[in-house]
Design a protein around this ligand. Structure first.
Ligand code: PLP
Length: 402
C-alpha cells in the first residue's frame, strides 16, 4: 500500500483487494451530505450512493448517535435471542404489506437466498417433491451467492461458477405470452425486480405485474419481489411494487435499510411462515441490535409522508431534466428507470467508461447498469441545486463525448 500515492492523488493501484476489484480505485476518507472527500482532499458529488445504499447521505450525526448509543448497550446476541430494536423494526416492516414475519440478514443476496429457500420449503410442503423450480428473468440481478446467482442469468456472472443450483428457468422480462407459456405448478417461486437496477434499468409494465399476480395465485407459486435496490423510497414508494401493481408474497429489502450498515430483510406472509420449523433457516449476524436500531431511524425518516412528497417533486425534476438532456443528444436513446433510480440509455454503451472517467475527473460519481445505461441513484436527501449541478456536468460531458 503506497500511502504517499493516495495522499497525493486520492487514488490507489496498490490495494489489498482481489483482482476481481478495479486495479485503480479512489480512496475515500469522509463524507458529508451528498459529497465524498478522497484521501487527497478532492470533493465528489455522489450520484451513486454507494450503489443505491446511502439514501440519507453521509455524515449523519442522528444515525451515528443511534449506533453509538446501541453499541454501548448491546452489539450482538445472535439469532438465538430477540432484541428490542430488531423486534421494533420487524413490526414496522411487516406493516408494509400483508406480512407475518421477517427474516433479517446482512446483504441483498442473503435476502434473496432466504426467499428462495422459503419458496422451496413452502412448495415442498404444499405441492410435494419435484415442484421446486424457480423462474427469473433475462437481465435480472439477484446477487452473487449460489442460489441468488443461479437466478442472475448473465453469463459473465454465472459461467465460471457452474454447475449452478438446478431447477432455474429464465423468462423474458415484460413478455406476457412467454410467461403464460412458462409458468405452471411445478414452480416454487418467481423472483423479479420492479426495475432491473443492475441489468439495464427496464421497468416492469403494469400488465406484466398483473399477469405475474394472477398466474402465481393460480398455480400457488410464490411471487418474490426483489426490492433490494428499488425498495424504501428509491422509486418514490415504500415498496416499488406499488408503482406497477405487483402483489408479491415475499419481499426482499436491503441496500438503504440501515443507512449504510449491512442489513437485509425478507418479509414473508403467514402461509409461508406456517411451513417453517425451528432451525429451517438462520443467521449469526443478521438483524443485530445495532443495525436494526439504525434502520428504525432510517425507516422513520424515509417513510415519512413529507419526505416522500418532497422526493416526488425532486423525482419529477430529475426526470424532466434527463429527458431534456436525452432529447438534445443523438448519442442518447432515452431515459429509463423510476423515481430516483434513473438511467440515460446510450446508443453506444462502449462509451460509458469514458463518460464515467470524465465525470469522476470533474467531481461527479455515477454508476452503470447493463451494457448501455448510465445509472443515477443520488441520495434521496439531495437538494434540487445539487441535482442540477450534477445534471449540468452530465449534459456537458455527454455533449463532449457522444
Ligand atoms: N438484488 C438486487 C436487485 C440488487 O441490485 C443487488 C445488488 O446490487 C442484490 C440483489 C445483491 O445485493 P448485495 O450486493 O447486498 O448482496
Amino acid at each position: 500500500m503506497n500511502r504517499k500515492q493516495y495522499q497525493e492523488t486520492g487514488k490507489t493501484d496498490e490495494h489489498p483487494y482481489p483482482i476481481s476489484f478495479s486495479k485503480e480505485m479512489l480512496v475515500f476518507e469522509s463524507g458529508k451530505g451528498v459529497r465524498l472527500t478522497d484521501a487527497a482532499g478532492k470533493s465528489y458529488l455522489d450520484f451513486g450512493s454507494g450503489i443505491a445504499v446511502n439514501a440519507l447521505g453521509y455524515g449523519r450525526k442522528d444515525l451515528a448517535d443511534v449506533a453509538a448509543r446501541q453499541m454501548e448497550k448491546l452489539i450482538h446476541v445472535s439469532n438465538l435471542y430477540a432484541t428490542v430494536p430488531s423486534m421494533a423494526l420487524g413490526e414496522r416492516l411487516l406493516a408494509l404489506g400483508n406480512f407475518d414475519a421477517v427474516h433479517f440478514g446482512n446483504s441483498g443476496t442473503e435476502a434473496n437466498e432466504a426467499a428462495i429457500k422459503f419458496a422451496r420449503i413452502y412448495s415442498l410442503h404444499r405441492k410435494g417433491k419435484g415442484n421446486h423450480k424457480l423462474l427469473c428473468f433475462e437481465n435480472a440481478f439477484h446477487g452473487r451467492t449460489m442460489g441468488a446467482l443461479s437466478c442472475t442469468p448473465t453469463s459473465k456472472y454465472q459461467e465460471p461458477y457452474a454447475p449452478l443450483v438446478p431447477g432455474v428457468s429464465v423468462g423474458k422480462f415484460n413478455d406476457i405470452e412467454g410467461l403464460q407459456t412458462l409458468l405452471d405448478g411445478s414452480f416454487a417461486g418467481v423472483i423479479v425486480e420492479v426495475v432491473q437496477g443492475e441489468g439495464g434499468m427496464s421497468v416492469m409494465t403494469p400488465e406484466f405485474a398483473q399477469t405475474l399476480n394472477s398466474l402465481c395465485r393460480k398455480h400457488d407459486v410464490l411471487l418474490i419481489a426483489d426490492e433490494v435496490q428499488t425498495g424504501l423510497g428509491r422509486c418514490g414508494y415504500p415498496l416499488a411494487c406499488e408503482a406497477v401493481g405487483l402483489q408479491p408474497d415475499i419481499v426482499a429489502l436491503a441496500k438503504p435499510l440501515a443507512g449504510g450498515l449491512p442489513l437485509s430483510a425478507t418479509l414473508i406472509p403467514a402461509a409461508v411462515n406456517h411451513e417453517l420449523h425451528l432451525g429451517a433457516h438462520g443467521t449469526t449476524f443478521g438483524g443485530g441490535p445495532v443495525t436494526t436500531a439504525v434502520a428504525g431511524k432510517v425507516v422513520d425518516i424515509i417513510l415519512d409522508k413529507t419526505f416522500l412528497d418532497e422526493l416526488a417533486v425532486k423525482s419529477e425534476h430529475l426526470d424532466a431534466k434527463l429527458r431534456e438532456i436525452a432529447a438534445k443528444n443523438p448519442g442518447l436513446r432515452g431515459v429509463k428507470g423510476l423515481g430516483f433510480l434513473k438511467g440515460l440509455d446510450l446508443v453506444d454503451g462502449g462509451k460509458i467508461p469514458e463518460i464515467m472517467t470524465a465525470l469522476q475527473a470533474k467531481g461527479l460519481l455515477v454508476l452503470r447498469s447493463g451494457t448501455s445505461v448510465l445509472r443515477l441513484a443520488p441520495p434521496l436527501v439531495i437538494s434540487i441545486e445539487d441535482l442540477d449541478c450534477g445534471l449540468a456536468l452530465i449534459s456537458e460531458t455527454c455533449a463532449e463525448i457522444l
